[in-house]
Design a protein around this ligand. Sequence first.
Ligand SMILES: [Zn+2]
Length: 534
Amino acid sequence: MVSVTIYGGAGEIGGNKILVEDGAHRVFLDFGMSFAKMGDFYEDFLQPRTNSGLRDLLALGILPKIDGIYRQDLLELEHLRETLDELDVADDSLWAADVKSYKEVKHRDGRPALEAVIVSHAHMDHFQHVSMLDESVPVFCSETTRAVMEAAEELSADRFGTDVINVKRRSIARLGKSAFFPDTPKVETEYIPRPVETVCAAKAFAVGGMEAELHPVDHSVPGATAVVLRTAGKRIVYTGDLRFHGLAGHLTQGFRDALAGSRPDALIIEGTRIEKDTPDSETGVAEECARLVSQAGAGLAMVAFAWKDTTRYRTMIDVARETGRTLVISAKLAYLTNRLSSLPDAPVRPACDEPNVKVYLKRKVSMLYSKSDYVGTKYDLGYSTEWDRKDCSTIHTEHYECGVRAYDIAADPGRYLLHLDFYELNELIDLRPPPGSIYVSAVSEPFNMEMELDRGRLRRWLQRFGVNPPDFEPRYAHASGHASGPELVELARAIRPKVLIPVHTEHPELFAQALAGSGIEVCIPTLGQPIVLG
Ligand SMILES: [Zn+2]
């Protein structure tokens, strides 16, 4: 019996966690973080407790209670019972787990309860909570997705739940002799690499007793793929997130053509923009941005866009060229371009090879532009973070020598188009943008309360520095990472599945309306309820 169970992404945008079961074989398609569920309980200064994080997420219903998938060290540390006895803890109910770990189930059944997770693309709402899955559960993904996930992990400042590929395994250790309480228990961590199998496009590979293929598609992060999964008797297609209107729209078209008329047993389709009638356009973003930036004259032009969105980065290179400015990007984006440029199908060149791109060096720590301020975030200083203490030639400081600093920009603001995200707004204090400066938001407009609050903050920053008068609202120029309603319906009609399962949408019922009478049965998923494929 083959079934599909949606554990995340049913009736919500993101947090995709799709379990495909074929008898005893189980594979997850994505295991992402649900921003909506996290936002229901948490915010910046209210976060899961580091050494209780998984248990906290399970207790709040942010992650599903499924036996046999999660890390042992996040559910019950080794030697926990003896340690609690030693510490004279009378009631151990705080440590009781009502979910069995991967290792416990594997030990009991003699086989793993989860054989793999296939990650469609490197957006947090599709891969971040893989960090909670047992460290021996392999990830299958495209090479570019792997590189973006690795870069995200390397730039994540070691926050809880960011250890997807290099898993920080926790164990009980003892404090040293110099501690206030020598020899008392503490929790320490060691890195264990998770197996990651990178897979070539459209090449079949074995995964958990099934066979799969990844098909490249266009989305707002490079390396995105759709997945075709074959069990003994069924074929399941999962779109991941996709669009037709980006610079690589031909990839999505290629996926559509490859699957056209194939009538799979199930098509799990994203529907982020199912209610939107009109397709977006990346070239429209370029035109609108160029129009806005050219209004800035001798003022500074600033633009916010996601650092993983290399399509938008390429658009901004064009905008800078067209408006006669130099594009100044964040060190994070520069790091990513360098990382990706070594891949066979590199979506970008390294920023250091772009004639009209420079990297911004921000002040931090001592605020004196001392080189030692950046050793904790080596990517701020240069393109490589693989430093070797014994070999000075491995220390990269290109951004320190050739990067652009706030005073360079303040001296001649009309020369620059600066990549400045919301979280970098402190830089405005150093940049002192002159009258006429402009701030363009090339990210999606707010669609929830949290984002509205951030927009209020952004507006107050712009007002404080006199940017975008008279309303001090950001100027928007954005194209989504997702296909429009008519494009999604046309894709479904072309592939003609027996059953269509809409995910990653707040309006799954619109698929049922649009496909009525088409011979495609639309099955609106309920969280955690298996859909058995007949
Ligand atoms: Zn996505």
